[in-house]
Design a protein around this ligand. Structure first.
Ligand code: ADP
Ligand code: TRP
Length: 324
């Protein structure tokens, strides 16, 4: 018997413009997997509400995130692309899951823990963020969740929550695994993890002066121009290597080791690489962005498909715990 096609599910928060970390750590994998299995990808606007409090901005960023997926090659006829808030079954499932989620599990979740350790107060939405994420994943009976390294803990929490529900009520949920791609940790301009919230991100579609300014700001050590440099310790090289062909990568490595090339020159090469690597996607982006009705149609179609799947799981979960 032929093996069933795997189902992949993942989400991106529209809490800012999508950046190279999102692309190489997640979006590129999502698009590559659309020919291998069944893809469910969504824009996590409910999650973004834990950081954004500007309705128009959130709408715009949600639209822009979808356009980015489409421009980068997501085919809405192969994968299901939708907006998280269009699937109310998921928020309903979140409550059922919340009733079996130990507080201690959520207290150990990094985003909540970080905020508290910085002396900031957190909202219940941030505390319960991983439960909504578990519902996102479990509602579609996903096999695997393609994400970057920073999301691994969330997928593990999802497995714990699914296990708790299954133990209480029988096998309702499939336990998913996380799936790391080839670039699970993309560094930002300061050397830390590139993130929308750390001011260290290079947006996928940054261009011109804005792109030059942000790349010129990448932190380097103070090795002088003439001296040989170690490419393995340089963030400029790490980013360049994500987009270069093997031959270009080798040549750049040799230039680092030889000495005589300053970081300024490496930064210029990186700017040119980013512009050329995303040139086709940039053109497709302009096309999609000028047809918001088509994007809305993708969302409408995606939500229909996603809701049908989520409904089946929600009904099973409701019946299992005695509310239906
Ligand atoms: P951000 O930290 O910018 O808010 P998200 O948390 O919305 O990004 O992440 C969306 C997806 O992109 C997730 O799968 C996440 O693991 C991945 N991702 C985010 N930043 C990086 C990075 N610097 N390197 C690799 N993957 C990343
Ligand atoms: N928390 C994820 C992030 O910040 C976004 C997300 C929400 C997600 N729900 C998900 C990712 C379900 C994978 C699966 O990146």
């Amino acid at each position: 018997m032929a093996e069933a096609r795997k189902r992949y599910l993942s989400g991106n928060q529209p809490s800012g413009l999508l950046h190279l970390g999102n692309y190489f750590g997640a979006i590129r994998e999502h698009i590559a997997l659309q020919d291998e299995g069944e893809g469910f990808y969504f824009i996590a606007n409910y999650h973004a509400l834990t950081t954004i409090r500007d309705a128009e901005k959130l709408r715009q960023l949600t639209f822009d995130a979808a356009v980015t997926y489409l421009a980068c090659g997501l085919d809405p006829n192969k994968s299901c692309l939708f907006r998280q808030s269009d699937v109310p079954e998921v928020t309903e499932l979140t409550w059922l899951l919340m009733t079996v989620t130990p507080m201690g599990l959520l207290e150990r979740a990094v985003s909540y823990k970080d905020k508290i350790s910085r002396g900031l107060s957190a909202e219940a939405g941030l505390f319960n963020y991983p439960v909504l994420m578990a519902a996102d994943i479990l509602a579609y009976q996903s096999d695997a969740v393609p994400v970057g390294e920073d999301q691994v803990q969330h997928v593990e929490i999802t497995r714990d929550i699914a296990g708790a529900f299954n133990r209480a009520y029988g096998e309702v949920f499939k336990l998913p695994v996380y799936k790391l791609g080839v670039a699970p940790y993309v560094p930002g301009t300061d050397g830390g993890k590139m993130s929308k919230s750390y001011g260290n991100a290079i947006d996928i579609f940054a261009e011109g002066k804005a792109l030059r300014d942000i790349v010129m700001g990448i932190k380097t050590d103070s090795t002088p121009v003439e001296a040989p440099k170690d490419p393995a310790k340089c963030n400029i090289f790490a980013l360049y290597a994500l987009m270069a062909t093997p031959a270009e990568k080798q040549e750049m490595e040799a230039r680092y080791r030889r000495g005589g090339m300053g970081y300024g020159e490496a930064k210029k090469a990186l700017v040119a690489k980013i512009e050329s690597y995303f040139a086709d996607a940039r053109a497709r982006r302009a096309e999609w962005a000028s047809h918001p009705d088509r994007v809305e149609e993708v969302f409408r179609h995606g939500a229909q498909r996603a809701r049908a799947e989520a409904r089946l799981t929600l009904d099973a979960a409701r019946a299992a715990c005695g509310v239906a």
